[in-house]
Design a protein around this ligand. Sequence first.
Ligand code: RBF
Length: 332
Amino acid sequence: MKKAIFILLIAAILLTTGCIRKNQAEKSDISVLVFITGVIAGSPTYELMAEGALEYAKLNPMANIKIYEAGVNQALWEQQLTEMVSEGIYDIVMGSNPAMPQLCVNVARLFPDQKFIILDAHHEGHPQIRTYFYNQYEQSLILGYLAGLITTSNMPYANNRKRIGFIAAQEYPLLTGHMVPGFIEGARMVDPQIELDYRLVGSWNDANKASDLASAMMSSGVDVFTSIAGGAAQGLIKTAVERGAYIVWYNANAYNLAPGFIVGCGIMEQKKLVIEILNDAAMNKIQYGLSDILGLKDGYLGFIFDDPGYYDNIPLEIREKFEAFVKDRMSI
Ligand code: RBF
């Protein structure tokens, strides 16, 4: 009996060490260029991507991760990407921007061995490009529903008007086709009479312009805002704090930027996704040419309920309605 247990034990040890060795052998050291289409500071989707890549690098010291900020001049992005790829040292270019696949298609023509993994974008059928598209309509719908509950409430900064605001830096199909429609549709599920005041900054870093827009919008009755404006959103926050208005925030935990004013934050699980992708890439498990669509049900979009910035500022009655709505959307 003792002998049998001993043999079993040895077999188990051999099996597990064998497996570990096999996994290590399969895992290659990857070299990744994280290409930021803009600047990281103030842009939640870029911050999360960079954090994910750096965390992966910490766990895998052999990996070579280069984070490159291309800056706000969009006219230069393709040339910058071409120059970086021409160095020939990156197995993968990673980015997060709905406009990036087109740049990759152009650069891929010159470098047929270069692989591109782009998040927050949708592009199928290209053998060098893999994309992951977040269903931002869903996040917009829940943030819009919360904005609708707030503008129709008697919370301290809510007024009598049923008017919510959306400040965007620049128009692009994901914004105009999914996010703005989702936001207003969500609000109108609370009350069909809610109006949307939608304005464009024209830049991802002009905080003064965003502040002026927010001020004008408040004068026209907006009491709850959202924005997709990168660093320019700092101007919205400043005005909302100075004059008293609420903000619901996309993609990341921003409650601490303006406690009591930013009262609802959605979350894009981009950091988690980046780490998963880099692990897969190191094992050569990425299938190029495909696009995943990730939403609330998949656990890659959500809402941060577990924060005093939310539960200390939103009255219980509103939270109950909102939480029931989100739960419904998650099980649809
Ligand atoms: N989002 C940011 O937070 N900061 C940016 O600088 C930024 N620049 C963008 C430039 C272009 C051309 C496009 C199409 C989108 C940009 N976005 C930016 C939006 C971002 O990629 C994403 O769609 C939103 O953050 C919503 O998920």
